[in-house]
Design a protein around this ligand. Structure first.
Ligand code: NAD
Length: 257
């Protein structure tokens, strides 16, 4: 599978799943744009390391995706976007009545509204190129719910809805639009939840992983960022050209329960 000559923009890709997806797309030959809101030396270094390791062009572009104008500018600055991976995300856990409004707004903006903005700018580029792939990183929480994650679950269900609409609007073109729904993947986003949960349940961190986090994942294993990246590469392949408007779960059986 070669993605040589294709440019992939991966939002929120200086860490975790986004970085894993960027690396697998680069391994398959795609030029990549790495993004985050941080603009640190190490973010630029990550892009340089990917370019060196896989022999592709890799650039870092800063954009704070909580702001619609910056989400649009990210794709405009990339100049070309054959593969768009909407991945950036944050989490906040709280009962609805105490859920801070600014956290609700940030989660919806970064995970759902930014995908609308990037897609709106990327689709004309894909149409011009005559080929395109949109891969939205949703979640098992795009298909099912958990208490105290109102904003996250709402945003991810929204991403699945946006995926279906975008697929219908592009169905007659060589453009596919799908969502990957990971179960738990051990990344900084998940690791950050472990200490608080341990305190809340009076458990060790190992017990939290086994009895709380992986309780809903029948395989009892975390998915890996390489597996999510490999799924994205598959969705960009010719074998997946008729797969559009759907979700692929990488969740160790979670949504089969
Ligand atoms: P992570 O914390 O490692 O990465 C999040 C990324 O989003 C980072 O690159 C960060 O810089 C970026 N980001 C956050 N706010 C941003 C902003 N305002 N502007 C630009 N970039 C921003 O987390 P992760 O686990 O790799 O999560 C990546 C995606 O995968 C998220 O959408 C998350 O919901 C989804 N997901 C994760 C899991 C999991 O178990 N880790 C499971 C299902 C879905």
């Amino acid at each position: 599978m070669s993605l040589q000559g294709k440019t992939a923009v991966i939002t929120g890709s200086n860490s975790g799943i986004g970085l894993g997806v960027a690396r697998e797309l680069a391994r398959a030959g795609a030029d990549v744009v790495i993004n985050s809101f941080t603009d640190r030396d190490e973010d630029h270094q990550l892009a340089a390391d990917i370019a060196k390791e896989f022999g592709v062009t890799a650039r870092y572009i800063k954009a704070d995706l909580s702001k619609g104008a910056e989400a649009r500018a990210l794709i405009e600055q990339a100049g070309k976007c054959d593969i768009l991976v909407n991945n950036a995300g944050i989490q906040h856990v709280s009962p609805i009545e105490d859920f801070p409004v600014e956290k609700w707004d940030a989660i919806i903006a970064i995970m759902l509204t930014s995908a609308f903005h990037t897609t709106a700018v990327a689709l004309p580029m894909m149409r011009k190129a005559g080929w395109g792939r949109v891969v939205n990183i949703a979640s098992a929480h795009g298909l099912t719910a958990s208490p105290y994650k109102s904003a996250y679950v709402s945003a991810k269900h929204g991403v699945v809805g946006l995926t279906k609409v975008t697929a219908l609007e592009t169905a007659k073109e060589d453009i596919t639009v799908n969502a990957i729904c990971p179960g738990y993947v051990k990344t900084p986003l998940v690791e950050a939840q472990i200490p608080d949960t341990a305190k809340e349940y009076d458990m060790t961190e190992e017990e939290v992983i086994e009895k709380v986090i992986l309780a809903r994942q029948p395989s009892k294993e975390f998915a890996t960022v390489e597996q999510i990246g490999g799924t994205a590469v598959f969705l960009c392949s010719d074998a997946a050209a008729q797969i559009t408007g759907t979700t692929i779960s990488v969740d160790g059986g979670w949504t089969a329960l």
